[in-house]
Write a protein that binds this ligand. Structure first.
Ligand SMILES: [Ca+2]
Ligand SMILES: [Ca+2]
Length: 627
């Protein structure tokens, strides 16, 4: 089905004769204009109805209706208008919908559609693999970190298929923060395995429920036994572990520095300081939630403290032609996201909620919806060499790119993260997909909010959205030539031209370190390891370089040592710098404005000092979009 069927808009023109001399034409809305998402796939026995005011006498002749509010707890003016209208499952949705639409108090009738999972591919663990020999000193002791090229890629894991810098630059970001346990990220996906050895410490825990009475809503939030989140498929506090949801959760917040398995982007330093994952379970085995259940999950996330929501699901492809279309339909899901965007907050750090989506894995030339909607971030996927992953959706609606892995490059060049842990399993595994790229962006967002807490910054969700889309490097220059993948329908390897992806993977690939530096308003200067660079700093001093005298540049002994700095001086108005070790560090440059000296007997200028973050990466292509 290319497009969800909906009733044809029929504007009925009615002519009313007001008096003999005057006739007025008015456009009367047809009842069927109020009906949305009519589909055979919709849930039977209920419809989602928006009423302009609560009524107790909604009726359809010959049908027993039950009408109850669709949302509970705190409501905004839109959510309070939504009702779940139930009737016998043997009745036709169409007949009931059309009868309801005749009631003038009914504003909309929505069929309750099942949502589609953004399928991601699990890739078998390699039986044996050579030891990773990455040169960087890793800050945490988790054994899998060496293999998590998507966090830090120096090109060494595979000389042909890994390119240094195709990562989220996480090691440099971790120098500033690795998380804060006040930040809660909702994972709207299959259930997260809450007792996983590498996740348990970073699960959001509803303490009142954990220490409460089974079968009782101890905290009065409307949900019984919701300890780690809620299972919206089964309407139960029993969140059932799912490999996909657990993998996504691990990328955001697997426990760092516990000597076990993998690292998470905002998983802390091992001291209980990782961000927290809340499981909004919307898939269970083959079963998925309907729209009204997901909508309640989104509201639950906001009401219970989450400020970022990571989504790996979508409407059927091609459901919408654009944002106006999405807004016009004004679905129960959009109402819930509007609520999340407005009501989610973290006291002292962030106002509003950030919505992050996987762009989809159909190799379509547009993002799926709701991902594509401009209020949400839609994430495309790249491989370990910067090229578009063969499955990624691209083009209009896609906002930013992140590593998602590529099975045709080999198992170990997929994304490594936690998975459902059985008695003899590793507890982690490799997967590929935009579902894996998406939590890289949510994880970076969680780091940003953690950094805001640390620095005393206050963010709005819109500011964070903007910061994320601009904390990127160019990915387009790598979309040339072809790469290979296996086409199952054709039964053969095919060449995939990369040019169609240029300019269509979003603003660029996300850089966690750059995101934090942007929050500090600290410019980053990118250097290639072992190469002497000459950098003009004019733009950072107001562009008046000719009138500036650079007095001095400063780097601490620590920074000089960490980066192996061999040259670092101002010469002829430019910074001459050479560093021999990958990493990052803060330096400062002082200039004199309005003279060649400051103070003294003759008229002089004044000092202007600026800090810069030096970022040294290995084997980056010349002018590889870094400088
Ligand atoms: Ca509860
Ligand atoms: Ca770990």
């Amino acid at each position: 089905m290319k497009r969800l069927f909906w009733f044809t808009l029929v504007a009925v023109l009615a002519t009313a004769c007001v008096n003999d001399n005057l006739s007025l034409e008015s456009v009367v809305e047809s009842p069927s204009d109020k009906i949305f998402y009519a589909s055979e796939r919709a849930a039977k026995g209920h419809l989602l109805v928006m009423l302009d005011a609560p009524v107790d006498d909604l009726s359809v002749e010959g049908v027993e209706l039950s009408v109850e509010p669709l949302f509970s707890g705190k409501l905004d003016e839109k959510l309070e208008k939504w009702f779940l209208v139930s009737f016998d499952e043997s009745l036709s949705n169409d007949v009931v919908a059309e009868a309801l639409a005749l009631d003038s108090r009914v504003m909309r009738v929505e069929y309750d559609l099942p949502m589609k999972r953004v399928e991601s591919t699990k890739v078998a663990m390699p039986a044996d693999r050579p030891a990773a020999t990455r040169a960087a000193t890793l800050p945490f002791n988790d054994p899998e970190l060496e293999w998590q090229w998507h966090y830090y890629n120096d090109g060494s894991l595979d000389p042909d298929l890994c390119v240094a810098g195709a990562d989220i630059n996480l090691l440099n970001a971790w120098k500033y923060t690795a998380g804060d346990n006040r930040v809660i990220v909702a994972v709207c996906d299959g259930g997260v395995m809450a007792d996983h050895k590498d996740l348990a410490d970073n699960m959001w825990v509803n303490e009142a429920e954990k220490n409460g009475t089974q079968g009782v809503d101890d905290d009065g939030n409307g949900y019984v036994d919701d300890i780690y989140g809620y299972n919206f498929v089964a309407d139960s506090g029993n969140v059932t572990p799912d490999a996909h949801g657990t993998h996504v959760a691990g990328t955001i917040a697997a426990v760092n520095n516990n000597g076990y398995a993998v690292c998470g982007i905002a998983g802390g330093t091992g001291g209980g300081d990782g961000v927290k994952v809340m499981s909004i379970q919307i898939f269970e085995g083959e079963d998925g939630c309907y729209a009204h259940q997901i909508a309640n999950g989104i509201k639950y996330a906001a009401d219970n403290g989450a400020i970022i929501i990571n989504n790996s699901w979508c409407y059927e492809p091609d459901s919408y032609v654009g944002d106006n279309d999405y807004e016009q339909w004004d679905s129960v899901l959009k109402s819930a996201f509007d609520y999340f965007k407005t009501n989610a907050r973290l006291e002292g750090a962030m106002e509003g909620g950030l919505v992050v989506f996987a762009a989809g894995n159909e190799s379509f030339s547009t993002s799926s919806y709701p991902a594509a909607y401009h209020d949400y971030i839609s994430v495309s996927a790249m491989s370990s060499d910067f090229t578009a992953a063969y499955y990624t959706n691209y083009g209009p609606g896609v906002n930013v790119c992140a590593p998602g892995g590529d099975a045709y490059y080999g198992t170990t060049l997929c994304v490594s993260s936690t998975s459902v842990q059985y008695a003899n399993s590793y507890g982690y595994e490799y997967m590929q997909g935009t579902s894996m790229a998406c939590p890289h962006v949510s994880g970076c967002a969680a780091l940003a909010v953690s950094y805001a807490l640390k620095q005393g910054y206050r963010l709005t969700a819109d500011e964070l959205h903007r910061l994320i889309l601009t904390s990127v490097h160019d990915v387009n220059q790598y979309q040339t030539g072809t790469k290979q993948y296996f086409d199952y329908s054709a039964g053969t390897y095919v060449d995939m031209p990369l040019a169609p992806y240029a300019g269509k993977l979003g603003s660029g690939f996300i850089d966690a370190h750059l995101l934090l530096m942007q929050m500090d308003h600290t410019p980053c200067l990118y250097l290639k390891t072992g190469v002497e660079s000459l950098l003009s700093l004019d733009e950072y001093f107001g562009g008046a370089s000719k009138d500036l005298n650079y007095a001095e540049c400063n780097a601490s002994d620590d920074v000089r040592q960490q980066l192996g700095i061999e040259t670092f001086k101002m010469e002829d108005g430019v910074l001459k710098i050479k560093a021999t070790k990958p990493g990052s560090g803060r330096v400062s440059v002082k200039a004199i404005v309005g003279g060649d000296h400051v103070g003294g007997d003759s008229i002089g200028g004044s000092y202007v000092e600026r800090e810069f973050e030096i970022v040294v990466r290995g084997a980056v292509a010349e002018n590889g979009g870094w400088l």
